[in-house]
Each structure stands twice: as C-alpha cells, then as structure tokens.
Design a protein around this ligand. Structure first.
Ligand code: ADP
Ligand code: MG
Length: 606
C-alpha cells in the first residue's frame, strides 16, 4: 500500500524552520549579529531600510568563510560550532544549530560576501528564497557581510503580522542594544534609512557601554552590583541596578546576560524584585543589567527556538544567590541613598529599609504603607483600567448617590497623611484623594482644550536640551506633531538630541523633561503591544489620550502636598464640575465615605 506520509522537501522544511527562528526583521538582525560575534568580529555595522522589511545588512570584520563554507552555511544544520552530541552540553558560542542562515534565506533574497582570513579572493553568493542563484569571486575584504532584501515577500501572512515601522525599527535597536551591552569590546554602529542610530566605541568598561547606549543621565541612577562568585554553583554575578528611588514605570530597562548571551528569565528577574522588596512600590520597576558567568555545563541553551531562554540547573539556589548578592551590594552603597534625591522625610525610612530587617513595629508599618502610597501615586498611569474595575471599594465605603449628587453639603476640615482631604457632613465623613481628584480635573480640562485647540503654552526662557536613547528618540521623532498639538514645541536637533522650546502651562518647567520621557515610555509600551494595523486604527486619539493621561498625572497636586482649606474647597468645587467626579482617569476611586454610625458602633455607643 502507498504511504500517506511524505518527507518534506528541504525548501519547505526551511520555511517551517523559518517560522520559528525568523519571526520579524529584528530576529534576522539578532541571528546575523550572533554570527558576527561568533566569528570574532571587532566591528559590526548594521544598516536597515524600511524598518528591515526592505533591507538589512550586517557586516563584520571577523574570520570570514571559505567558498565551500559560504555555500554550506545555507544548508540546514550546517554549523562550524558543534560536532558531537556532547558538545551540546557545553555551548560557548551564541549559535550552534546551523538553522539561521537557511531559515533566513528561505524567506528573503540574500547576498553574502565573505573572505576567509588570509585568502586573496573572496566569495559572493546570492540565494533567492532558498535557491542559490549565483556564486562569484569577490574582493578580499576582511570579514563577512550579509544583505537581506524583501524579507517575507514570499509569505504575505507573516508580513501582515508585522507592526508599524517605528515599532519594528525600535525592536531592531533593542536587539543591537542587547548585543552591544553584552560585548563592550566590539564596536557597534547602526543606521536606519541613512540616519545614524547607534555608534559605540570599544571599551572594557561595561558602565561606559551602558552610558553610550542609554546616555549619562540614566547611568547616574545606577549603582554597582559587586562581583560575587559561588564555587558551588560555578557562577559569578555582577552588574548594575537602579539606586533606591530611581526605579521606573516600565520594565523596559531590565537586562540579564548569561555568558554574554542576552536572555529573559523569570526566576532571575524575581530574584531582583525580591532584593528590592519593600523599597519598590507597586507598578514601579527596577532598572538592572546583570551579567552572569556560569560554567556552560550548568545550563542548557538548547531550549528555545530563538535561544532567548536558557534552563539552569539548580535554579532555586541561583535565585537566592543573586538575590543575596544584590542585597549585599545595596547594603554597601547605603550611603549613596541620599544622592538619588528622595525626599528627606522618607529617606530615613528608606535607609532603614536598606538594612532589610523586617520592621515589626506597627507604627513603622503605617509609615511604610503611607510612603508606599505616596510613591505609588507618582506613577499611577500603569494600571490597566479593567484591573481596577474589579477592585472597586467595598460597598460600605462607597458614596451613596445622594452624597455624590451634592458634595457641597460637606465641609473640608483638613487633610490626613497630607494626601486625603476630609469632608465632614451631618452623618458622614468623606475622604477625597487629592491627587486623583486633581488628575480628573486636569484630564477633562486638557481634553476639552485640546479639542478646541486652546491648550495654554508657556515658552521656556532657556530652551531645554534633552538627549534620548535611540528607541525613545525614534518614537519622539514620529510623534512630534502630536506633542505639538498638546503644547510641546520640540525640535529635533541632530541625532538623538532634541530641544524643548515650550510646554503646556500645567506642567512645571522643571518637570517637562520627565513628562516627555514618561509620555515616550507609555507610547513605547503601547506601540509594542499593538500590531501595525491596530496602531493605524487607534492612532492619533489613543496617542493623545495617553499623553493627556501622563500630563494630568504629572500636573496634579501630589500626595504628600499640604493644602489650605481654601485650596481644598476649590479643588472639590472643580471636581464636582467634571463629568465623572468619582473615578480618576485610570479608573481608581476618588472618594470614600465612612458613616457616623460605623464610628459610633466602634465606640459601642450604638
Ligand atoms: P549557527 O550560527 O548556528 O552555526 P548559522 O546558520 O547562523 O548557524 O550559520 C552557519 C555557519 O555559517 C556558522 O556555523 C558559521 O560557520 C558560518 N557563518 C555564518 N555567519 C558567519 C559570519 N558572519 N562570519 C563567519 N562565519 C559565519
Ligand atoms: Mg548563527
């Protein structure tokens, strides 16, 4: 009987493999840079056009390939990096499967030029959608260059899944950043559409490399994790983490490298959060760059199609070792805490948090909770509204419709924790969250002014310079018009530099830089989560709404700010003029009430 099973052609098999390995332009760039690093390059240049969909070129000055190898490298499972099954147990190169080039070639047009070290003639190979088109002599240029054109042109389904140009480009930048961070001795240059995005110099100092990618300002927020070795785990750890109080609103700046390979790992990430524990409020995230050197026998790198995850033996012990190493470093740099500019009133508390002893005292716990509240409210814009809906206040704390309809019957009598306004009525006390209340007011005001193009603008006396990492500057560049509509006059000023000439009046001038950065943070996160067509659909309104959310949060009075009774009254009056006075723009409640009856009951008077 005839067999129903057939063995797939190499061509089809390569296309299937490509599905796993080559997800998007950034995966092509990742594989090509991996190869350049494995070839011992000292210089790697990356050029892209059309966010990599049209054109990618990665060139290096590594060892190059012979003509035979230049052809063999497009065959499946052809690699110079391992020979035997045992080799899989101790991988020291970034690549080892021999899958990348055939997978890439299956879904694009590739041209590879290379010259084997010491030979006088090089080789030029062209491969179109998996088929070798030509093999020619090439000039003896040191190293290898790989050019990719028309990626995914033969698989329209994949093309459709790609996101906007800005997003795809920023993913490529991210890949280059990851490699540049793990290999500071290699000089990386990247251009997109002829514009220089990354240019690093060779250094043996990791902090210098971090600075040339993320700019000096960010580096000032870091403290070192002193190198620690465990002979037991055959592991060394070192790196840099954000100082206490210098955390951020997103997980964007978290990097783990294992034997100079960028990886994602929940367990290690968890160890870092554990080390920060009480010092990190909800929705805040540490920055970290952790470099692990581990005996390759203690890990399995052959567990993920794009090799972005590894499996650790003795994961639990590694977790604790990393957590403890970070805690030790935090203790050592205690004295630096005041440098990060935390408010004096809380720095004492943070200092004590540094000693990492559980504070059993009730008084301390209250202070800690208050402090957490304070810092929480400086970064409320991260919580998805759906999550909050599930957490509406318990019914006995909710305001009744009668209360909601007429708050003017209630009189402001003061503040507690310098954060909540107390209103007293005949039968109730109402607490108003001053920050979210003000946020609601500003949000609606900005939204309506924005609609009638009436946003008030203040011109900076001295224009403010702002230098941004490549990804952020890309997003800013493509949103300059949106910023303009909101009252930010920002001008691009050479590569990755901008000048802020005016800002919306609700922002304090000191705040404007941070506000721009926060907005970019939000835009980056949301860009990455939407596909290209979704981005076009949501487009402008969504972007503007996000920007207004950040601005109202930035502009609103903070928790911890003392208000006069008059200020409280006018805040409440303005709040009642908004469309939704009892829910903040992020979905949090603004007011809670306690009945006099509950208080009487507590005192056993009822
Ligand atoms: P892998 O990296 O897993 O071995 P690839 O398909 O990425 O698989 O590459 C196949 C082989 O081609 C590599 O093992 C290497 O010998 C050779 N090669 C690829 N890129 C380069 C390069 N830039 N310089 C030198 N050799 C290269
Ligand atoms: Mg490879």
């Amino acid at each position: 009987m005839n067999s129903r099973i057939i063995k797939l052609s190499d061509e089809l098999a390569n296309c299937i493999a490509a599905g796993e390995v080559v997800e998007r332009p950034a995966s092509v760039v990742r594989e090509l840079i991996d190869n350049s690093i494995d070839a011992g390059a000292g210089n790697i240049t990356i050029e892209i056009k059309g966010s990599g969909k049209r054109y990618i070129r990665v060139a290096d000055d590594g060892i190059g390939m012979t003509r035979d190898d230049a052809l063999l490298c497009f065959e499946r499972h052809a690699t110079s990096k391992i020979k035997t099954v045992e080799d899989l147990n101790a991988i020291t190169t970034l690549g080892f499967r021999g899958e990348a080039l055939p997978s890439i070639a299956a879904v694009s047009n590739v041209r590879l030029s290379t010259c084997n070290e010491g030979e006088s003639v090089g080789t030029d190979v062209e491969v179109n959608n998996g088929a070798v088109k030509s093999v020619k002599d090439a000039p003896p240029v040191k190293g290898t260059s790989v050019e990719i054109k028309d990626l995914f042109l033969n698989i329209p389904a994949r093309l459709k899944f790609l996101k906007s140009d800005t997003t795809e480009t920023s993913r490529i930048i991210e890949v280059v950043n990851q490699h540049a961070l793990s290999h500071p001795m290699i000089k990386f240059r990247m251009e997109s559409g002829g514009k220089r995005m990354i240019d690093t110099f060779s250094t043996d100092n990791r902090l210098n490399r971090i600075a040339s990618i993320f700019k000096n300002e960010m580096v000032n927020n870091l403290m070192p994790v002193e190198e620690k070795h465990s002979s037991n785990l055959k592991l060394s750890v070192r790196g840099y983490i954000s100082k206490i109080g210098a955390d951020t609103g997103s997980r964007g700046m978290q990097y783990i490298f294992v034997n100079n390979r960028y990886i994602r790992d929940r367990v290690i990430s968890h160890a870092v959060y554990e080390a920060y524990k009480t010092m990190l409020s909800r929705d805040r995230h540490p920055i970290y760059f952790l470099f692990l050197d581990i005996d390759p026998k203690m890990i399995d790198v052959n567990v993920h199609p794009t090799k972005i995850e590894v499996r650790f033996m003795r994961q639990g012990e590694i977790h604790d070792f990393i957590r403890d190493t970070i805690r030790d470093s935090m203790k050592r740099v205690r004295s630096q805490v005041s440098e990060v500019g935390v408010r004096d009133s809380v720095s004492e508390e943070r200092d004590s948090a540094f000693s990492l002893q559980p504070s059993a005292l009730y008084k301390d716990r209250i202070r800690e909770a208050t402090e957490r509240y304070v810092s929480n409210h400086e970064s409320v814009f991260d919580i998805p509204i759906q999550d909050l809906r599930l957490k509406t206040p318990s019914s006995e704390l909710r305001l009744s419709p009668e209360m909601e309809s007429d708050l003017s019957k209630f009189k402001p009598i003061g503040q507690i924790f310098n954060s909540f306004i107390i209103l007293q009525g005949v039968d109730n006390i109402i607490f108003i969250d001053q920050h979210t209340a003000h946020e609601r007011i500003l949000y609606e005001r900005l939204l309506s002014k924005m609609r009638d193009s009436r946003i008030e603008v203040q011109t900076m006396l001295l224009p403010v310079n702002i230098e941004l990492p490549s990804k952020e500057s890309l997003v800013l560049q493509s949103n300059l018009d949106n910023f303009k509509k909101l009252g930010f006059d920002i001008e691009s000023f050479g590569e990755n530099s901008f000048v802020i000439r005016s800002v919306p009046s609700i922002l304090s001038k000191d705040d404007c830089k941070q506000a721009v950065k926060d907005i970019l943070d939000k835009l980056l996160v949301s860009e990455a989560n939407l596909s290209g067509s979704e981005q076009r659909r949501t487009g402008f309104d969504e972007v503007i709404n996000k920007m207004i959310l950040v601005m109202s949060c930035r502009g609103a009075v903070k928790a911890g700010q003392i208000l006069s009774i008059e200020e409280m009254s006018s805040l409440i009056k303005e709040l009642m003029n908004t469309n939704r006075p009892f829910t903040c723009p992020h979905g949090r409640p603004i007011a809670l009430s306690i009945e006099k009856g509950q208080i009487l009951k507590g005192f056993l008077r009822k």
